[in-house]
Design a protein around this ligand. Structure first.
Ligand SMILES: NC(=O)c1ccc[n+]([C@@H]2O[C@H](COP(=O)([O-])OP(=O)(O)OC[C@H]3O[C@@H](n4cnc5c(N)ncnc54)[C@H](O)[C@@H]3O)[C@@H](O)[C@H]2O)c1
Length: 239
């Protein structure tokens, strides 16, 4: 589980551990209260992704479920969008899931119930202004998952992209000032009018709701979901 140090990833790591899985909690800044001995890796590098996969194999002897959840966000109009931010977003949101899948593939091919689960976003299915890097990377990761589903079918590997709307995590809280500035409104207005605007049901999703979805997908009844977005977005993409 990558991105296990905070927010959605932390909730997923706790939930999968509670389900009885041995979890390697991987992050740049691992949570001290997460399950097991955390593993520190920078997932913007090839070495970091390889080290994370090797650590799971070394610790547990096999890798049955890969959950790619590390990420961050940058909000900026396209003309000001920093090229370095674009590069960094693609590295963590798209290239890391690719590398994790590539390095874990031989082990997944041997697993009894192999699953690759990317924490994508409703932004894999719909765009928002000022998020060129994030939206592009999230659309890309859905393409990756669809490809993995076809390549992994013979080995019984299922691959899905979990697509939440806005979830109550530090990643969302950090966007509020940027959105307020980009839209020229107060931070309170940015949450109500900008961030929650696409949700038909006007609330944030809780990290535990995403973790429960991943628990189902990783569990015995989740195997028929493959090559698809698994969307929990409070009605965002219904319109
Ligand atoms: N919060 C939301 O509303 C929301 C909605 C849809 C999808 N997502 C996706 O869910 C995932 C988790 O988001 P979150 O909201 O929990 O964010 P978060 O900021 O709470 O957690 C993200 C974690 O990723 C880690 N990370 C970032 N860069 C890293 C790197 N180079 N190497 C290793 N770890 C790194 C961070 O240290 C952090 O612990 C992301 O992929 C995000 O795009 C979030």
């Amino acid at each position: 589980m990558t991105g296990a140090g905070s927010g959605i990833g932390s909730a997923i790591a706790d939930r999968l551990a509670a389900d009885g899985l041995d979890v390697l909690a991987v992050d740049l800044k691992p949570a001290e209260d997460g399950p097991g001995e955390p593993f520190e890796a920078d997932l913007t590098t090839r070495e970091g992704n390889l080290a994370a996969v090797d650590a799971a194999l070394e610790r547990f002897g096999a890798l049955d479920v890969v959950v790619a959840g590390a990420g961050f966000q940058r909000v900026s109009p396209i003309a000001d969008f920093a090229e370095d931010d674009w590069d960094d977003l693609l590295k963590i949101l798209l290239t890391s899931p690719f590398l994790l899948a590539k390095y874990a593939w031989p082990s997944l091919c041997r697993a009894d119930r192999p699953r690759f689960i990317a924490i994508a976003s409703a932004h894999a299915l719909a765009a928002s202004p000022y998020k060129a890097g994030y939206v592009s990377a999230k659309h890309g990761v859905l393409g990756l998952v669809r490809t993995l589903a076809l390549e992994g079918a013979e080995a019984g590997i299922s691959a899905t992209a979990v697509c939440p709307g806005f979830v109550r995590t530090p990643l969302v809280e950090a966007q509020i000032p940027d959105q307020a500035e980009a839209h020229g409104v107060s931070e309170e207005q940015a949450l109500e009018q900008v961030i929650l605007a696409p949700h038909a049901i006007k609330r944030l999703i809780e990290p535990e709701e995403v973790a429960a979805t991943v628990s189902f997908l990783a569990g015995p009844d989740g195997g028929a979901f493959t090559g698809v977005p698994v969307t929990l977005d409070l009605g965002w993409t219904a319109s």
